[in-house]
Every structure is written in structure tokens, then in C-alpha cells.
Design a protein around this ligand. Structure first.
Ligand SMILES: Nc1ncnc2c1ncn2[C@@H]1O[C@H](COP(=O)(O)OP(=O)(O)OP(=O)(O)O)[C@@H](O)[C@H]1O
Length: 817
């Protein structure tokens, strides 16, 4: 058992804004750091400070703004991963206010490979350990739980692709009589390697992202628990070690009062505050001595993390802190929370258990042996014959026993009298054979020795023939092995070539199947699929949406170009292309090195044969001097092997990076589509409202809108930042004329806002020289447009309806006249 208090670390998020006064003092002797905030006694920035000026908090280590993701992994996550690999449970959780960098620390940034967070790095580390530790057999399973408004959801549930969060089956907690927690409806997926595990992480993250709506930015207001279940066993042992590693990204810890939200957001904030409040209660209860009742059951999060808090687990907390001046109160409250957490003592146990299947096999064997022993002691005879396999095994055993020069060696036959009898008769046969001269070569006779009969070949001849036979057998098995190896190499080479020229190997889950298309062709899919209006854009595999109206496609192109992260997407694409070229070159180098090794081996083989033949001809059994040619060949082989190994290592690392970049790109695309979808529907609603307000009518009244639809619309470009106004050709077509793609183009809503900033959504993009934003401006009449949907077919239907209606109206008009 390992007794340990929860380890606490602090990480300060980089900022360009004015920061509060803070300092970090690293105390090497006591292996800790102190984070100090100095808050002047004034009312600046709303923080009423009438208490003290300096707030000092002690952590295992404080990471300042410049800390890199690999430092965080090495110092915080690696020791926890090591203890998980050794069979202890581990938890790392990030706590801090919204935007302080919890997700960045736990999962990583969505843009650069170097921004990988604790989860992908830990997965990499764990699978590397699996492949390097030949003394144990490992397996890993993954689960990914999201807790939103006190309800649990399985982020790896395939139904996510077609549902909103609320429509999914809820994960529920069940407790057994031993007070162990079980989570119903939470899938636990096996992942055989790092690639599969990363795919699951990305699948969960993408599901998390696409389930969000502007009103429900669940990523900020939900808790997420990514769990790696590790199982290990020494080969042949029936003892299993099972451990869990929870990597937890908690919801933002800020208080409701400050954010001043209402409606749905208020409900969410209350739930967050409540669950964090229950977390705090559990922590306070745990830090109090002699407290018998710990209120774990109050919330789902504390129930799930029960072991991590005061239980069988090695737990680490990362307090993420924003040092922006306006956040100083939240930062201080985060640090205070951490100080309380640091008082909690956990008792981690080595999670060993017996594998029931192996235990049964072992017990069966033991029963059999005991039965045999009993039969021998009681003199009871077994009637049944030895099986063919048993006889064969006995012959092998006896042969090995006889051939072994060690006088101490024993023949372990167990208590079965039938086996003992049979072994004795085998031995008798050998001795008789030896006595009759069958084994007079000094070699011990074997069970298969044929006793010599009159007229049969002389023993020397038999021996010679047997030697030749043995030699041939050896040659055949060498050849068969060579053939097998060559076949495998050819298969490997073909697979590698296919990977680096065509694409990925076969994959298993849905995300993999989406990423399994040829990588280069994936990159060449420069045009991201525009989401369709009807239905959702949830499915990850929906790469190419249905046919779109021109306006929508055009709007999407502008939206994409003007996004803040479009540069990163392009950068990543360029980087991916570069990495592919590198991987291809490395793949070729690996193949070349392997061919060279094979060629050198052949040369060496030829040389050895030549030397042996020469030795035979000259009557020299063993050459006295080492052959310099042979030595050089051996050195060359070693060098080539080294170069092969190092190039292969680089290729493997590059492959991981490529896969990660592909998944980042994939996620960016899904996000782009989702953001566009959101923006599009927001703009449509806004336009409708404008129309309604301008006409003094309810925007919901389509009839009224259609009645007041103008017969002329003008398409202009907004002034660019340089001040020029570009007039596009003025269209003077009646709406009642047949709808064309250009008709639809006129209904492109406002241009995109910068990424993720809802406040800036209505601002024109600030990127100079990119003001090609299309806007519908009315030239006449109070209302200028029909609220089209952007879906070609639906829009055509609407326009056809307008046409029919106008025809009808004009006919009625002329009839009345
Ligand atoms: N150490 C860092 N280095 C660079 N960028 C960072 C760092 N920490 C956070 N960021 C960036 O700050 C933004 C907010 O971070 P993040 O989403 O991780 O915050 P959070 O605490 O998880 O917020 P929420 O509670 O809303 O989920 C992101 O754009 C992220 O990339």
C-alpha cells in the first residue's frame, strides 16, 4: 500500500493582457514552489480587497506562462502513468476557471502537434511501455464520460453521430453491496495500440464538440473523464493486475454571480456550481480528521471519482490559473481550493487479482495430479489406455532424459503408473538395443532406434545414413525458414509501400474508417464539405455534403477563408504534406537498408560456404585465422542494421505525428462545418427578423413576407478597408421568373465572424483586403428578400410557390379589373 497526499501543481496560462502582481518562488531544497499574488488595497477591477495584500500558496511545482506541454507531461503525468503501469490507480484532474487552460493541459490544443496534452502523450507513453516490457502481457481499454447538468453521457457511443447530447441514453451509477461503483451505459472500448486509442480520444472530443450548440457550449460547462483501463499479467501467471487512470477535465469553476447569466446558462451554471460545491464538500470532509461520513453520493462526479479522492488511488491536481488582472479573485479561489485538496491522503493499493480462467485451468491440473497420486497410493489401477499424444510426449521426455549428459537430471512422470510402466518399457528397449550392438557408437540410443537384424546394414552405415538424413532435415528447415522470412518481408514491404503511397491500413471504428482514406487524397480535399441545412452535420464520416446552393457554397468559402484558424489549417496541411514526403523518403531508406542487409547476408553465406569447401579440399577442419572478408561483412551487416533500426524508429515517430495531424485536420473540418452551420442559421434568423421589423410585421408570417417581397434586389459588396466600394451588376429580374443559382446567391447572409467570439459575430471581419462580403441590400420596398433556406431543392420549391402565388394574384387582379 502506498500512502500519499494528493499532489498539487499550478499552471499559469499565457496572456498578453495586464496581469495581476504575482511571483513564483522555487524552493529546490523543499522540492516545492510558492505562488504569491499581491493585491493592492483598492477597488480596482471590481475586486474588493479589504483584507490582506499578499496571498501565498504552496504547490509541488508552479509552471509559469512559458511552460511547455512536454514539461507538464514529464513532471506531472509520467509518474502517475508509471504507477498505473505498476498496477496502482491514478487520477489527474484539472481545476480552474473557464478559459484558464484545463482542456489545453489535459487534451491539448487543436492546432499544433507540439500542443498535444496529457492524454495523447500518456497514451503514447503507455503503449511504448507495453511494447518494450517483454516480461508482461498488457491490454488496454478506454472509456470517455461526459457529465453535463448532473447527467452522464458516453462520448464513445456511436449514436452520438446522429444525436444531440440530450437524446442519448444516460449513463447511470449503480452501486454493489461492496459499495463499488458501476456505470451503466458507459462503453469500455478495447484499443490494441496507440493509433486506436488516439482515434477513440478524437472520436470522443469530436462528439463533445458537435453536440454543442451556441446555447449549450457543453465543453465549458461539463466535466469530462477519459479513463484508460490497464490490465497486465506475467506470461503463465494466473495473477492479473488491473489499474485505471482517470484524466479529468472539470467544468469552469467560476461563480454564477460574476458571469451574470440567465435562462439555460443559469441552470447549467447552477449545476456546475452545485457539483463543484459537492466536490468541495467531499474534499473538506476528507481533510477533516475523524470524519466518518464522506458525502460522495451527492453528485455523479464525486461518485465516479470516489476512489480518486481519499481512496485507492494516486491522485494529482493541476490548478489552472489565469493571471489577468480581472481574474485575480478566481485565481486566488482556485489556489485556495488546491491547498485544501493537498491535505487529502490517499491509500493506493496494488490491484492484483486472480484470473478466473487461468485459475480454473491450474486447479483442474492439480485435481488430475492429485487423483493420480491417490490412485497410486491406494493401488487402484487405471484401466484406460494412454493416448497417442501421451505416448508421444513420453517418448520425447525419455529421449531428452537419456540424451542429457547431466547425471542429476530426473524423469518426472508424475504418479500415473501407466506412464511409469510405459517409460520403463521404452528404457528397456533402449538398453536391449545397446546390448545387442545397435547403439555401439558411443551415442545414447533413442526410442526410435531400430534394432539391427541379420542381413541389415552395419551400424556405421546406419549412423552415416542417419547423419546424412539429419543434415538434409536441417537444410530443409533452414530453407523453409528462409522462405517464410522472405515471404513476410515481401508482405511488410508491400504494406509499407501501400501505406506511404496510397494511404492508411485498415481500421476498425467509425472514426478510423473516416480517416482511412488515402492520406494524400484526404489532404487534397481542399474544399471542406459544406453542411446541409436539413438534418445535422454530426456524422464524422459525412465529408461531402449534398449538392448545395451556389449562395451557400460561396458563403462557406468566404466563411472558411475569413476564419482566424484558416491559416493554421493551411499550415497543418502544408506540414502534413511535408511529413508525408519525409515519411516516404524514410520508407525508401528503410527498404534500402533492409535490402542491403539481405544482400550482405547472402554474401556472408556464400563466403562461409566457399571457406568451408576450401577447408574440406585442403583437409582443414576449422580455419585457424579469422577470415577478414567475413569479419568485414559482419561489421557491415551490423552497421546497416543500426541504420535500419534508427531510420525505422524515426519513421514510426513520424507516423504517429502524421496520424495526429490528420486527426487535428479532421476535427478542424468538423468544427468549421459546425460553426458555419450555426452562423448560417443565426444569420438567416437575423435576416428574417430584420425583414419582419422593417415591414412592421411578424417575421413568422411567411405570407406577409412574400406579399411584400420586392421585385428587385441589388447585390453589392461592402466597402473594403481600403475604402473602395465595388458595385456588382444590378439585377433587375422579377422574383416570379424562374429561380436560378444566382437567385439563391442573393440570399447569402452576413459574412462570418471571427472564430468562437459570439460578441464579434456581427462585426465585419477585420482582415484587410478580404472584404468581399456579400450582403443583400434592398433598393426598394420595406423588405428585400425571401427567407430562403439555402437548400437548393427547398428554395426552388419556395420560389415556385411565390411564382404560382403571384400568377394567381395577377390573374385574380386582371379578372377583377
Ligand atoms: N498554456 C497554454 N498555451 C497556449 N494556449 C493556451 C494555454 N492554455 C490555454 N490556452 C488557450 O486558451 C484558450 C482557453 O483554454 P482552454 O479551452 O483549455 O480553457 P478551459 O479552462 O478548458 O476552459 P473551459 O472551462 O471553457 O473548458 C484555448 O484557446 C487554448 O488553446
Amino acid at each position: 500500500m502506498v500512502k500519499q497526499t494528493i499532489q498539487i501543481f499550478a499552471r499559469i496560462r499565457p496572456t498578453k493582457k495586464t496581469t495581476s502582481v504575482y511571483s513564483i518562488d522555487d524552493d529546490e531544497e523543499k522540492a516545492g514552489s510558492t505562488l504569491e499574488f499581491v493585491v493592492p488595497r483598492d477597488l480596482a477591477d471590481g475586486f474588493v480587497n479589504n483584507k490582506k495584500e499578499s496571498y501565498r500558496f504552496r504547490f509541488q511545482k508552479v509552471f509559469d506562462q512559458g511552460a511547455k506541454q512536454d514539461d507538464i507531461f514529464e513532471t506531472i503525468a509520467k509518474p502517475v502513468a508509471d504507477s498505473v503501469l505498476a498496477g496502482y490507480n491514478g487520477t489527474i484532474f484539472a481545476y480552474g476557471q473557464t478559459g484558464s487552460g484545463k482542456t489545453f493541459t489535459i487534451t491539448g490544443g487543436a492546432e499544433r502537434y507540439s500542443d498535444r496534452g496529457i492524454i495523447p502523450r500518456t497514451l503514447s507513453y503507455i503503449y511504448q511501455h507495453f511494447s518494450q516490457d517483454s516480461g508482461n502481457v498488457y491490454s488496454a481499454h478506454i472509456s470517455y464520460l461526459e457529465i453535463y447538468n448532473e447527467d452522464g453521457y458516453d462520448l464513445l457511443d456511436p449514436r452520438h453521430e446522429a444525436s444531440r447530447l440530450e437524446d442519448l441514453p444516460k449513463v447511470t451509477i449503480m452501486e454493489d453491496e461492496n459499495q463499488n461503483i458501476h456505470l451503466k451505459n458507459l462503453s469500455i472500448q478495447q484499443s490494441a495500440n496507440e493509433e486506436e486509442a488516439l482515434n477513440l480520444l478524437f472520436l470522443g472530443d469530436t462528439n463533445r464538440m458537435i453536440a454543442e450548440t451556441p446555447m449549450n457550449q457543453a465543453s465549458t460547462r461539463s466535466h469530462c473523464i477519459f479513463t484508460i483501463h490497464v490490465c497486465s499479467r506475467e506470461p503463465g501467471s494466473s495473477t492479473l493486475r488491473r489499474s485505471k487512470l482517470h484524466l479529468v477535465d472539470l467544468a469552469g469553476s467560476e461563480r454564477v454571480g460574476k458571469t451574470g447569466v440567465g435562462g439555460q446558462l443559469l441552470t447549467e451554471a447552477k449545476y456546475i456550481n452545485l457539483s463543484l460545491h459537492f466536490l468541495e464538500q467531499v474534499i473538506i470532509a476528507l481533510s477533516e480528521k475523524n470524519r466518518s461520513h464522506i458525502p460522495y453520493r451527492n453528485s455523479m462526479m464525486t461518485s465516479v471519482l470516489r476512489d480518486s479522492l481519499g481512496g485507492n488511488c494516486m491522485t494529482t491536481m493541476i490548478a489552472t490559473v489565469s493571471v489577468d488582472k480581472r481574474n485575480v479573485d478566481e485565481s486566488i479561489s482556485t489556489c485556495r481550493f488546491a491547498q485544501r485538496v493537498a491535505l487529502i491522503k490517499n491509500e493506493a493499493l496494488l490491484n492484483e487479482e486472480l484470473d478466473p480462467a487461468l485459475l480454473i485451468i491450474r486447479l483442474k491440473r492439480e485435481i488430475q495430479s492429485l487423483k493420480e497420486e491417490l490412485a497410486m497410493v491406494t493401488g487402484e489401477q487405471r484401466e484406460d489406455q494412454l493416448t497417442e499424444e501421451e505416448i508421444h510426449n513420453l517418448e520425447e521426455q525419455v529421449r531428452k532424459f537419456v540424451e542429457d549428459p547431466d547425471p542429476e537430471v530426473t524423469l518426472d512422470l508424475g504418479p500415473d503408473m501407466r506412464k511409469i510402466h510405459h517409460s520403463f518399457s521404452l528404457l528397456k528397449g533402449m538398453v536391449r538395443d545397446k546390448l545387442s550392438g545397435g547403439g555401439g557408437d558411443g551415442e545414447p540410443p533413442t526410442p526410435s532406434d531400430v534394432p539391427s537384424k541379420p542381413g541389415s546394414p552395419q551400424p556405421e552405415e546406419v549412423k552415416k545414413l542417419r547423419d546424412i538424413l539429419q543434415q538434409r532435415d536441417n537444410e530443409i528447415s533452414v530453407l523453409v525458414n528462409m522462405l517464410k522470412k522472405e515471404k513476410k518481408k515481401a508482405q511488410d514491404a508491400a504494406a509499407q509501400l501501400a501505406f506511404f503511397t496510397n494511404g492508411q491500413p485498415q481500421s476498425q471504428n467509425s472514426l478510423q474508417s473516416s480517416t482511412a482514406m488515402p492520406a494524400e487524397s484526404r489532404m487534397s480535399q481542399d474544399k471542406e464539405a459544406v453542411p446541409c441545412d436539413s438534418g445535422t452535420s454530426h456524422a464524422l464520416h459525412r465529408r461531402q455534403g449534398p449538392e448545395l446552393s451556389m449562395g451557400r457554397q460561396e458563403a462557406f468559402e468566404i466563411f472558411r477563408r475569413d476564419r482566424e484558424d484558416s491559416v493554421t489549417i493551411d499550415d497543418n496541411k502544408a506540414l502534413l504534406k511535408q511529413r508525408f514526403a519525409e515519411a516516404k523518403a524514410l520508407g525508401e531508406q528503410v527498404n534500402d537498408a533492409r535490402s542491403r542487409v539481405n544482400e550482405l547476408k547472402l554474401q556472408l553465406e556464400r563466403r562461409r560456404r566457399q571457406t568451408a569447401a576450401q577447408g574440406l579440399a585442403e583437409g582443414i577442419a576449422e580455419p585457424v585465422e579469422p577470415d577478414p572478408v567475413e569479419e568485414r561483412l559482419c561489421e557491415q551487416i551490423e552497421e546497416e542494421k543500426k541504420s535500419y533500426k534508427s531510420t525505422f524508429g524515426r519513421l514510426k515517430a513520424l507516423k504517429t505525428e502524421i496520424e495526429h495531424l490528420q486527426l487535428l485536420l479532421e476535427r478542424s473540418k468538423v468544427k468549421l462545418q459546425r460553426d458555419f452551420q450555426e452562423w448560417w442559421s443565426q444569420e438567416s434568423t437575423r435576416l428574417q427578423k430584420q425583414e419582419g421589423t422593417a415591414a412592421g410585421q411578424s417575421p413568422a408570417s411567411t405570407n406577409q413576407l412574400l406579399e411584400s417581397s420586392p421585385s428587385h434586389v441589388t447585390l453589392t459588396r461592402e466597402p473594403s478597408l481600403s475604402g473602395t466600394v465595388q458595385e456588382l451588376p444590378v439585377r433587375r429580374e422579377r422574383v416570379s421568373s424562374a429561380p436560378s443559382a444566382r437567385d439563391l446567391r442573393n440570399f447569402v447572409p452576413n459574412p462570418p465572424a471571427v472564430r468562437g467570439e459570439s460578441a464579434s459575430r456581427d462585426r465585419p471581419s477585420s482582415q484587410a483586403g478580404q472584404q468581399s462580403q456579400l450582403r443583400v441590400l434592398a433598393t426598394a420596398g420595406p423588405s428585400s428578400s425571401i427567407p430562403l433556406t439555402g437548400d437548393k431543392r427547398t428554395d426552388a420549391d419556395i420560389l415556385a410557390f411565390v411564382r404560382a402565388r403571384q400568377n394567381l394574384l395577377s390573374r385574380t387582379g386582371s379578372a377583377q379589373q
